[in-house]
Every structure is written in C-alpha cells, then in structure tokens.
Design a protein around this ligand. Structure first.
Ligand SMILES: O=C(O)CCC(=O)C(=O)O
Ligand SMILES: [Fe+3]
Length: 716
C-alpha cells in the first residue's frame, strides 16, 4: 500500500474533480490511518466534486433545454418527413430527444473532460452518505487533530444539524462549546441553504411586530425557497433518479419503448413534485413545514399590510388565492384592500413567479394523476392545495379513504403543533416522558434529556461555588423562606455572570446557565406556544438542602402548594391573577440537576391544594414544564437529606416583562470573552478540555466502508 493516498497527488484546485466516491474512499482510508491533513484534503475534495457534478448537470440541463429547435442538425432534419398523419409528432419528438442527449453528453465532456457524462452517475448509496453529511463528521475529528478548532466546530455543527439525535456528536458539541478558544461564529452550518435563516428571522421579526424589518427577510426566504425548488427540479433529470421505485420496477425495465419513456417521465415528474417537500424540510428533520410556500405568502401579505403597502399586500393575497381560491380570510383581506385602494388598479395581479409556479405544478399533477388512474403508477401529492377537480373521480374516493385510515389507525389525534414540536425535540435530543394526560392534568409535561450528566455537573459546581462565595462575604446558610428545616441558595444569571467576571465561579458554568435557559425556552415555546413567542422573564438556579438534625418528624413541605401566576384560594379553588402573584408569568419550567437527596419530589394537586394528582421525581436533565395558572397548583415535598438543585424558569408572552438581566449577563460574558481572546492562546484551552472522543463505532464503519469502496474500485 502506498503511504501517500493515490487521490491526493493529483488534487489541484479548479481542475475538474475526480469521482467523488473514489475521493471519499481515499479520504476515509487516510482518516483511518490517522493521516489527518490528507484526510481533510481528500474529504473536502470529495465534497467539492459532488458539488461540481451537481452544478454541471444543472447548467448543462439548462443550456441544452434552451437550445432552439433550429439546432437540430441537418442529418436529423433531412430525414424523410411525414408531416401529417397520425404519427407525425413521433419522429419530431424522438429526433429532438436524440439531439438533446447529444447536447448533454457534449456539455458534460466539455466541463469534466472526456467521459464526463459517465462521471455524472453517482451511486445512490454515496449520495445518501453525503445527504446525511457524514463527511463532516470525519472532517471535524480530523480538524480537531490538526488543532484547527474553528474549522472543527463548523464541521461538527454542520454534521449535528443534520443528525440531531447523534449522541456522540451531542457530547462533542457540548465540549466544543465549552472551549473558549472557539469563536461563537464558528458554529455555523456550512450546508443549509440560507433561506432557512431568512425564514426564521423573518418570522421572528414579524412576531415582534417589526414588519418593516421582517419584510426583506421574508422576501429573501421566498426567493430562496423558489430558487431551491428550481435547483432541486433540475436534479430530477439526473441519472441517479433512474432507479425505478420498487413496485414499478417490472414494468419500467421490461416495457417497450413508449412504456419505458412514460415510466421514466413519470418518475421525473414525481421527483419534481417532491421538490416542494424537499425545500420545506429542514436538514435533520423528518417533516416538511406544512404549506411552506403559501404560508410564506400569507406572512408577506400580513407584513405588507402592517407597513401600509396595500398594493404589495394585495399582490400577495392574490397569490394566496391562486393556491386556495376559497380561503375566507384571504377573500376578506382582498376586498378590504380593494376598498382601501379605491378604484381598481389594472396592473395589480398575483405575483408572476407564483403564477408560473402554480401553472407548471398543475400541469405536472394532471399527468401524474392521469398515470395513476390509467397506468397504475403511484404519486404522493405533497401539496394540500391541489384542487379536488384535478383528481380523477375514480381516485378521489380511494385517496380520501387512505387519508382517513392513516389519520386514525396510525396516530392518536395530536395537537396541531406536533410536527414542529417533534422536530424541536429531535434537534435537542430530548424525549417526552409524560404528557398532560399521563400527568392527570392539562398543560403540563415531563421531558428528559435536556442536559448531559457533565452539564449537570458544571451547573451544580456553579451553584456550589456561588454559595461558597456568598458564605465568604458574610451571609451564610440562609434559611429557606418556605421551611425552617432547609437552607436555600439562589443564583440569578446576572449574579452568575458577575461572579464569573470576578473569577469566583467558572465562566463556562455561567455561560452554560444562559445557554440552558434558552434551551428550555425554545422547547417550552415549541410545545406550548408554537404560534406566539415566549420570553424568559426570570431564571433562577435554586438549591434546597436539608439542615442536619432537624428532620425528625418533619411535617412541612419544602415548598407549599401554590400556583405561579395567581393567588390560590384552596377553599374555593379560585386563583386570583393579581399581585402579589407574578401575573405575567405564562409558563413555568423546572429543570432538575440531580437526584442524590431524600424527599423533594415535585407534585401537582387539585385546586384544593390537598389532592395530589401527579408526582415527579427530579433527576439530571429532567424538565417539568407547565402553564403557570390555577390549573397547575404544585408543591415540593420536604428535602430530608442532601441538597436538591434545580433551574427554575418562568416564561412570558409579554415582551415588556422579558428578563433584561439575561441580556446583560450575556453581554458581560461576551465582553469578558473578547478581552480574553486577545490574551489567550489556543493550547491552553485544549489542555483544559478533553478532546472529543473519536467516533469509534463510526471509525469501524468507516473502515468497512472504505474497504467496500476500495473493493469496488479495484473491480472497476
Ligand atoms: O423546585 C421545584 O420543583 C418547584 C419550585 C416552584 O414551584 C417554584 O419555585 O415556584
Ligand atoms: Fe412554583
């Protein structure tokens, strides 16, 4: 075996790349041998290669499609014409097809060198590996070994976004985040198309009533989404889509000329139609955002209306009506805009891009449904706006049945927000342990997996260090306001940041506190309030410890039964939403850090404050989240031994009650970081943090895979 990977010698930037599978195999081999620099070079070249191939195919597809008919060469044109008659179209179609294939072959050869067209054929297995972003996992590790931490972090982040349940990477990400040598901007996703960021910030700004700022982002998101649909569609003519779907395999491969052409054509159409769902699915998620394009148009309409641009609002609502001609809200908005504008404006119509989009899509759907009815091909329509009239009568009934069957056999009825909520759970690597029903109440849930044991350790240490600092400065062992048998220590995010600055507590601890509170906020919002943003209003790290020797025959609770945003009257069961209650609290969260204490379970009661309806045992990484009102009276049993620590958080819908200290703490820690960056060298941070473990099972698989690919290569 040569010590230098064979692919490496001929890497030269700008030149047409070698085949991606060969580069990847060489890259993995270098990786397994611990040759980090060549591994990086080869893996990156493999990524570039795949990208160049995709671009070549798209460009050649576009330029050959744009060739005028007159480009049919004389030899083809000169063939005897039967200009009329029943089969007149046939030679025209087939001659044009011949010419198009020639054009594509020439184009690929021009761009990729002789035999370029064959190079465009990338196996679907390799394509999947790349789709799952696996090369980035190897890259992050190799960069780490080369001490290129910022590059390692961005590769790791890129991989994690598409593999949110990957536990090893979750741990590694946490480690990267704790390394202070890495700039926060390095945690960037190198692959996800930018329209997602535009979409998210557009929605966020709109939620904050900042329509003027939201508009450019929303427009960018829509343009980006449409552009992504186009490039996805261009990929549908690529050779890798030739593999027929299982059920059609027989027909497709054994049919005659026209059956084969029809079969292939239907697959191309299916693929093109699927591009809408592809565009609407975030990397790493399993479901598309429902109604992605129409819902963006609705937001645009809303935003334009808010800034008073009525004609633009009109354009967008007319576009929505192209999708949903019967939409009541849109019809109402339209007539309102018409009144506002006064006389009819002749130039005002739906957006042209959307008009074209819909017409084309309808044409494709018509063919697909036709083939479904008459050729028995399959089609899963990704859109909910497809007009019923377009679906053949014979199919409508069956499709409706399928849908009904699907909705009640597979899943119990779920809240509307579920797909999104599930996605967030996945992203955070979190599991829903008990829902409201299992907890015998409403608007409550127990989630696990929000923190790794290491993260709990860091936060526990933070609480401990802060308490010791408090003790040194005089006020030791405050008795709990709720029980004389317990001590109580509380730490706010701002206090933590100040102590970190003073060097009294660890800075990663203070940072983690901030990060974790945001993690809880995201989840709480996704679960309970996906339509309306929640803000943190107060974050408090609280430890309660049993005072030794005072625990015999203790009758009281660690925290008496109460509701978080109202004053509970157990006699009547009423809960008065008025001071001294914190009336603006809308959702509560308790994120537990440990379980090595006695007692201290959280419990919910009926409004009489007596009848217990559910109990939750604290443990590291467990979040109990619930709405803060009278529907969720709760308390804590006495802690009779040890120390029980939890992060208590309250969320609010009211932006004016958002926690200003949170932002202040964040700024404090950032300033600190900037100062440090100037002084600190990278080597020091490395030794403080253990290196990410090598993805060991992955390594094995990498070797297997490399072996397999190599064998394939040798056979060639
Ligand atoms: O720590 C707990 O489990 C509950 C605390 C609580 O209910 C509160 O602080 O309002
Ligand atoms: Fe409470």
């Amino acid at each position: 075996e040569p010590s230098e990977p064979p692919g490496l010698a001929s890497l030269s930037p700008g030149a047409p790349p070698q085949a991606p599978d060969l580069l990847y195999a060489d890259g993995l081999r270098a990786y397994s041998a611990g040759a980090w620099a060549p591994a990086v070079a080869l893996l990156r070249e493999a990524l570039r290669s795949l990208e160049v191939l995709g671009r070549t195919r798209r460009d050649c597809g576009a330029s050959c499609a744009a060739e005028p008919d007159a480009a049919l060469p004389a030899q083809l044109l000169g063939a005897p014409q039967s200009a009329s008659g029943p089969r007149a179209w046939e030679p025209l179609l087939l001659r044009a097809t011949l010419r198009r294939a020639e054009c594509l072959t020439q184009c690929a050869a021009r761009r990729l060198g002789p035999g370029g067209a064959a190079r465009l054929r990338v196996g679907s297995a390799l394509r999947d590996v790349f789709r799952r972003r696996e090369p980035y996992n190897y890259l992050q590790r190799a960069y780490y070994q080369l001490k290129k931490l910022d590059l390692a972090a961005s590769a790791a982040h890129t991989f994690f976004v598409a593999n949110p349940t990957h536990l090893q990477m979750r741990e590694d990400m946490a480690k990267y985040r704790r390394m202070s040598g890495i700039r926060p901007q390095s945690f960037q996703d190198l692959v996800t198309p930018p329209y997602w960021a535009a979409y998210d910030s557009g929605l966020e700004l709109l939620g904050q009533q900042e329509a003027a700022l939201a508009l450019p982002r929303l427009e960018e998101a829509l343009q980006g989404s449409l552009a992504h649909v186009e490039s996805c569609r261009a990929g549908c003519e690529g050779p890798e889509e030739q593999q027929p779907a299982e059920e059609e395999e027989e027909e497709g491969s054994q049919g005659g000329l026209y059956e084969a052409i029809a079969g292939h054509w239907i697959r191309v159409l299916q693929c093109r139609q699927h591009c809408v769902a592809d565009t609407a699915t975030r990397p790493g998620r399993s479901f598309p955002v429902p109604d992605f394009i129409p819902s963006q148009l609705r937001r645009l309409q809303e935003a334009y209306a808010q800034v008073g641009n009525v004609s633009k609002a009109m354009e967008n609502v007319l576009s929505v009506l192209l999708f949903y001609p019967e939409d009541e809200a849109a019809k109402k908005a339209l007539s309102q805009y018409q009144t506002e504008l006064g006389e009819p404006r002749p130039g005002l119509g739906p957006r042209e891009d959307i008009q074209r989009f819909i017409l084309r899509s309808l044409g494709e759907k018509r063919q697909l449904y036709y083939a479904m009815e008459h050729l028995g091909t399959g089609f899963k329509d990704p859109d909910s706006w497809t007009p019923a009239a377009l679906i053949p009568e014979a199919l409508r009934e069956k499709l409706r049945e399928d849908q009904e069957k699907r909705s009640w056999d597979q899943e119990p009825p779920q809240p509307k927000s579920l797909p999104y909520w599930k996605d967030v759970l996945l992203l955070e690597g979190v599991t829903l342990t008990q829902d409201a029903q299992q907890l015998n109440g409403s608007d409550r849930a127990v989630l696990d997996g929000l923190l790794t044991p290491a993260e709990c350790g860091v936060l526990l240490q933070l609480a401990k260090d802060a308490a010791e600092a408090g003790a040194r400065s005089g006020y030791r062992g405050r008795r709990s306001p709720h029980s004389p048998h317990e001590r109580f220590e509380g730490l706010t995010v701002l206090k933590a940041a100040q102590l970190a600055r003073a060097g009294t507590v660890s800075k990663p601890g203070a940072k983690l506190l901030l990060e974790v509170s945001e993690r809880v906020r995201t989840l709480t919002q996704a679960y309970f309030s996906p339509e309306r943003p929640l803000h943190l209003s107060f974050t408090h790290l609280v430890c309660r410890s049993a005072i030794e020797g005072e625990q015999e025959q203790r009758m009281d609770l660690s925290h008496p039964v109460h509701a978080d945003n109202c004053v509970l009257d157990p006699d009547t069961g009423d809960c008065w939403r008025e001071p001294p209650a914190y009336t603006y609290r809308d959702y509560s969260g308790l994120l537990y850090l440990n379980d090595d204490f006695k007692g201290g379970d959280l419990f919910f009661t009926q409004p009489n404050a007596l009848t217990v309806t559910a109990q939750v045992r604290p443990r590291c990484g467990r979040l109990v989240a619930f709405s803060s009102g009278g529907e969720n009276p709760h308390g804590v049993w006495a802690v009779t031994r040890g120390r029980r620590c939890a992060l208590a958080l309250w969320h609010t819908w009211a932006p004016e009650h958002r926690e200003l200290e949170w932002t202040e703490a964040k700024e404090l820690l950032q300033e600190e970081e900037e100062e440090e960056e100037e002084e600190e060298e990278e080597g020091e941070t490395l030794s403080r943090d253990p290196s990410p473990e090598p993805p060991s099972h992955k390594l094995q698989r990498a070797q297997d895979k490399a072996g397999k690919l190599l064998r394939v290569r040798e056979e060639l």
